[in-house]
Ligand binder design. Structure first.
Ligand SMILES: Nc1ncnc2c1ncn2[C@@H]1O[C@H](COP(=O)(O)OP(=O)(O)OP(=O)(O)O)[C@@H](O)[C@H]1O
Length: 227
């Protein structure tokens, strides 16, 4: 699989002893923008959690950014997550710090030491999400859409090979959802690979792309009709 960043073959996903999804066959290639859709409770979050090592893959084959999901050891998980950018519905920013301090925290935690390099990386990712002028604001001073843009900037810090966004617009109004989606589209056009779980069908229609659907314990690729 030369250009694949995610590969699942006959994979099954369990929550404790409950089978959530089975016979999953999915490939995501470098540069793709892929949606993961499905009704509530069909397993989108379980799928995402398996990919970032929060749920072990117990059946089938799985490889993500060159990590074997079946053989993944607890101590490898931080290294896997360094190659992924993860964006959550509820932003998960540290509210007692400024935007820059939130980003510095992650850089230091992932081994960066050179202050100049850190500052320039922070400027770079904040520019990508159009938040360069807000570095000194506390996160609680930002709107929901701005907070999500900072969370996307944070996901970009370590040049991830794959961005996993789990309902990134789930807490946002329709207008702000479109703004955040524009940011995700832009960074995809710049070469980032993105898997986005969503139940926002308006976004799918506005920004059509490859779509996987969770339904009846399976994951299907669905073909979107144009027009
Ligand atoms: N920690 C857990 N332990 C046991 N079962 C769980 C756990 N978390 C989720 N489940 C079950 O797994 C199934 C899939 O849940 P999941 O959260 O993956 O769905 P989802 O498609 O992401 O839903 P939503 O859109 O509501 O977030 C549900 O039936 C849920 O009850």
């Amino acid at each position: 699989m030369p250009d694949s960043v995610l590969y699942l073959k006959n994979a099954s996903i369990y929550q404790r002893e409950n089978l959530i999804l089975s016979e999953i066959n999915v490939t995501i290639n470098k540069g793709d923008f892929v949606y993961l859709i499905g009704k509530t409770g069909t397993g989108k979050s379980s799928f995402m959690k398996t990919l970032y090592g929060d749920i072990p893959l117990r059946e089938g084959e799985g490889s993500i950014v060159d990590f074997d999901l079946r053989a993944l050891k607890e101590k490898q998980i931080p290294f896997l997550r360094r190659k992924l950018g993860i964006v959550f519905q509820d932003f998960k920013l540290l509210n007692d710090r400024t935007v820059k301090e939130n980003l510095l925290f992650i850089l230091k935690a992932t081994g960066w030491v050179d202050q100049k390099a850190m500052n320039s990386k922070i400027d770079e990712v904040l520019s990508k999400v159009d938040m360069k002028d807000s570095g000194n604001k506390f996160t609680y001073q930002l709107s929901g859409g701005e907070q999500q843009r900072v969370a996307i900037a944070r996901a970009l810090l370590n040049d991830p090979e794959l961005i996993l966004a789990d309902e990134p617009t789930g807490n946002l109004d329709p207008q702000t959802s479109v703004e955040v989606m524009e940011v995700l589209q832009d960074i995809n056009k710049q070469g980032n690979t993105i898997l986005m779980a969503t139940h926002d069908y308006a976004l799918l229609l506005k920004y059509p792309s490859k779509t996987l659907k969770c339904d009846g314990n399976k994951v299907f690729e669905v073909v979107q009709r144009k027009g």
